[in-house]
Design a protein around this ligand. Structure first.
Ligand SMILES: C[S@@+](CC[C@H](N)C(=O)[O-])C[C@H]1O[C@@H](n2cnc3c(N)ncnc32)[C@H](O)[C@@H]1O
Length: 332
């Protein structure tokens, strides 16, 4: 990020970084999915029937944590990534848990999917589009390969969070140039506490998460309105988001049993932990009740503004937000 890059060199540098340092490298890969995924699916408004026994695309699968989570639920998964070493890690991980016969790993780009139209019931793309030179193009590709009536979920960096981290990244890039090894070394030297906290949170004995956070050659950040705009242009209807995009949906989240498991992800972050406990108390006082397959309304402008201000001021741990949309059954 020390000087502007063109699209080809953005992609090359990003992939070269993930080829040298496949991400994620968590020591317990099931931990993160176990903490997050059940709550995430409920708040994304995705019924279980949409991600059990289905055909799923995990686009930009990295080392396969989500791929395996889906495969373990009886889905037939296609997992793509541009980094060959990441795919090799993912394959080995899948084989260890005897999930490999349900997964087709392919090296290809989310920007030019070599996959037929309308192939998948469920398309998932977590933390990938913002590392490409053209996230909107990637989004359109995901919609293209989704079947009518199917679901597309994307997660991108949130424009209204991690300001201090972006400053760190700028400083590191300015001093260390484009060399990802120098960037990571400098990041650890300048920000040792942050480095320790990032690694601890990620349960990452290697430095893979530090390369992802300190040495990143390219990342863009996005607003909720921007992603809703992509959905509108592709004709998807909004079904839910994680984190929730309306205040009442935050309260609803806090009354779900899965929220207790999710709160563990705030360990080491006293602010968000207190906010979560407060939210639970308010949800209790407000008499919120969990219901199966609740439908979430699309957030209005005021809700989006308030939630994004919350992310900004409270620094809640939504450095990425996810939005789910359903593709219409009838093509226009
Ligand atoms: C931050 S990692 C996320 C991995 C995984 N989705 C997860 O959340 O654990 C980003 C991944 O996107 C991959 N990637 C970057 N650009 C890509 C592209 N154009 N097509 C496919 N994968 C890409 C990288 O190789 C890397 O594995």
């Amino acid at each position: 990020m020390s000087h502007p890059l063109n699209a080809d060199s953005i992609q090359q540098q990003v992939v070269a970084m993930y080829e040298r340092h496949p991400f994620p490298a968590y020591s317990d890969k099931f931990r993160k999915t176990a903490e997050e995924m059940d709550l995430k699916m409920r708040l994304l408004g995705v019924p279980q029937s949409d991600y059990h026994g289905r055909k799923i695309l995990d686009a930009g699968c990295g080392t396969g944590e989500f791929t395996c989570w889906y495969a373990a639920r009886g889905n037939e998964v296609t997992a793509i990534d541009l980094s060959r070493p990441s795919l090799e890690h993912a394959k080995a991980y899948a084989a260890r848990y005897h999930l490999d016969d349900r997964i087709d790993f392919q090296q290809q780009s989310v920007l030019h999917l070599n996959l037929p139209n309308e192939t998948f019931d469920f398309v998932y793309c977590y933390g990938v589009l913002h590392h490409t030179p053209d996230p909107h193009r990637g989004f359109r590709e995901l919609v293209r390969v989704c079947k009518p009536g199917g679901i597309v979920v994307v997660s991108v960096y949130n424009r209204y969070s991690r300001f201090t981290h972006r400053l760190r990244q700028k400083l590191i890039a300015r001093w260390a140039g484009d060399d990802v090894e120098r960037r990571c070394r400098l990041g650890k030297r300048l920000f040792p506490r942050t480095a320790r906290r990032i690694k601890k949170r990620a349960h990452d004995a290697s430095d893979a998460v530090l390369y992802d956070q300190f040495s990143q050659p390219h990342e863009s950040s996005h607003t909720v309105g921007e992603v809703l705009g992509w959905m509108d242009q592709s004709g998807l209807s909004y079904i839910g988001a994680f984190g929730p995009l309306r205040l009442r949906d935050h309260l609803y989240a806090a009354c779900l049993p899965e929220f207790r498991e999710f709160e563990k992800t705030f360990d080491g972050y006293p602010g968000p932990r207190m906010a979560a406990a407060l939210l639970r108390s308010v949800a209790h006082l407000a008499g919120m009740k969990a219901t199966e397959d609740r439908a979430f309304a699309r957030p209005g402008v005021l809700s989006r503004f308030l939630v994004q201000m919350g992310w900004f001021f409270l620094g809640l741990r939504f450095s990425c937000f996810s939005i789910a949309g359903r593709k219409p059954i009838e093509a226009d």
